[in-house]
Write a protein that binds this ligand. Structure first.
Ligand code: NI
Length: 155
């Protein structure tokens, strides 16, 4: 496994739309392993492939709940409910956090590393992570949606 370089805001790669994954092979598994290691090393709860320079629809999430590490390939949000307004950050935007409105409950379907479709339901932080990370796959950054930035001196 390897820790990958995380691209930061301003890099054009983060603004591009990622492509569907069609091959579930060792190359994908290596990338998933490296992305998880990179996320843990950076202390994040989610990482999308474009953040490590790979324009493919791949996300890893671990919000330290019963789900453990989630590997989401070709994820699609299939249902949303309610609203929440919480502080968010991004490994591509170190040191800046802001409030974003997201659904309170999110259902997502995604393929696992073997290509099998699975459905997950998230609330609170997991719901936010589902939205934040799938946004990355469409070139959308949380900063686009922040309605109130946290003051740096309040951290
Ligand atoms: Ni992010």
């Amino acid at each position: 496994m390897a820790v990958l370089e995380i691209l930061e805001f301003g890099n054009d790669v983060l603004r591009q739309k990622s492509e569907e994954v069609t091959e579930f092979n060792e190359e994908l598994w290596q990338l998933l392993d490296d992305m998880a290691e990179t996320m843990y090393e950076a202390g994040g709860v989610g990482l999308a492939a474009p953040q490590v320079g790979v324009l493919k629809r791949i996300v890893v999430i671990d919000v330290d709940d019963d789900h453990g590490l989630l590997e989401l390939i070709n994820p699609v949000i299939t249902a949303i409910k309610g609203k929440q307004h919480e502080l968010e950050g991004c490994l591509s935007c170190p040191g800046r956090n802001g409030y974003v409105e997201r659904p309170a409950k999110v259902r997502i379907k995604a393929q696992n590393r073997y290509g099998k479709w699975k459905t997950y339901v998230g609330t609170e932080l997991l719901a936010r992570a589902f939205c934040h990370e799938t946004d990355h796959l469409n070139g959308i950054l949380f900063a686009d949606k922040v309605d109130q930035w946290e003051e740096p001196d309040k951290k």
